[in-house]
Write a protein that binds this ligand. Structure first.
Ligand code: CTP
Ligand code: ZN
Length: 156
C-alpha cells in the first residue's frame, strides 16, 4: 500500500499519518534529530489513499510514550502511534493534545517572562484550539499559533 518500500520493523514505534513534509518537524519535537539513539526510517510524501500524501516515521527498538507523544499532536493532529512487538502491532492509538502544554514550545511574546534568560520560568500554555493549534500563555496571555510552533521546530 505504501508508495515506497520500507520493510516492517520487528520492535519499536511507527508514527503514521503525519502531514506530508512534517516528519522532520516531528523528529525535532521528539528530540530525535541531533542524537538519534536508535535506527530510524523517515518516509516522506508517501501515498495515503484518499487523503493524498503523508509522512511516516519508524523507530526501531524504542517505545515512544507518555507526554512527549501527545506533543506530536502540535504538528500532526491525526498521527497514529503503532507499538510493534515481534512484528505485530500490539497497540494503536491517535495522538491527543492535552489541555495544558509545558516545556517544548516557546511563547511568541519575546518579552514574556518565560523567554527571559535571567529567570528560569518553564513555558506553560492552555490549549485553546487543537486544530489549528492555538496556545495561550499562562504568564502573559499572548497566543502562540501553529505557524509560530512550526517556525520553532524548523532548522534555520
Ligand atoms: N508497520 C511496520 N512494522 C510492523 C507493522 C506495521 O513498520 N511490524 C507499519 C506499517 O508499514 C504501517 C503502520 O505500521 O505504516 C501501520 O500498520 P497497519 O496498521 O498494518 O496499516 P494500516 O491498516 O494502513 O494503518 P491505519 O489503519 O492506522 O491507517
Ligand atoms: Zn508568554
Amino acid at each position: 500500500m505504501e508508495g515506497i518500500l520500507v520493510r516492517k520493523i520487528k520492535d519499536g514505534t511507527v508514527i503514521d499519518h503525519i502531514p506530508a513534509g512534517m516528519a522532520f518537524t516531528v523528529l525535532r519535537i521528539l528530540g530525535l534529530v541531533r542524537s538519534p539513539e536508535s535506527r530510524l526510517a523517515v518516509i516522506v510524501n508517501t501515498d495515503s489513499g484518499k487523503y493524498g500524501s503523508k509522512d511516516i516515521i519508524k523507530i526501531e527498538n524504542k517505545y515512544i510514550e507518555g507526554d512527549l507523544l501527545n506533543k506530536i499532536a502540535l504538528i500532526a493532529p491525526h498521527a497514529t502511534i503503532n507499538i510493534i512487538k515481534d512484528y505485530e502491532i500490539v497497540e494503536k492509538y491517535r495522538v491527543d493534545l492535552p489541555d495544558k502544554i509545558e516545556n517544548v514550545v516557546k511563547c511568541s511574546n519575546p518579552v514574556c517572562i518565560t523567554n527571559s534568560e535571567r529567570e528560569a520560568v518553564t513555558p506553560s500554555f492552555e490549549v485553546v484550539s487543537k486544530e489549528p493549534v492555538r496556545l495561550k500563555c499562562t504568564y502573559c496571555g499572548r497566543y502562540t499559533e501553529f505557524e509560530d510552533i512550526i517556525k520553532q521546530f524548523t532548522e534555520k
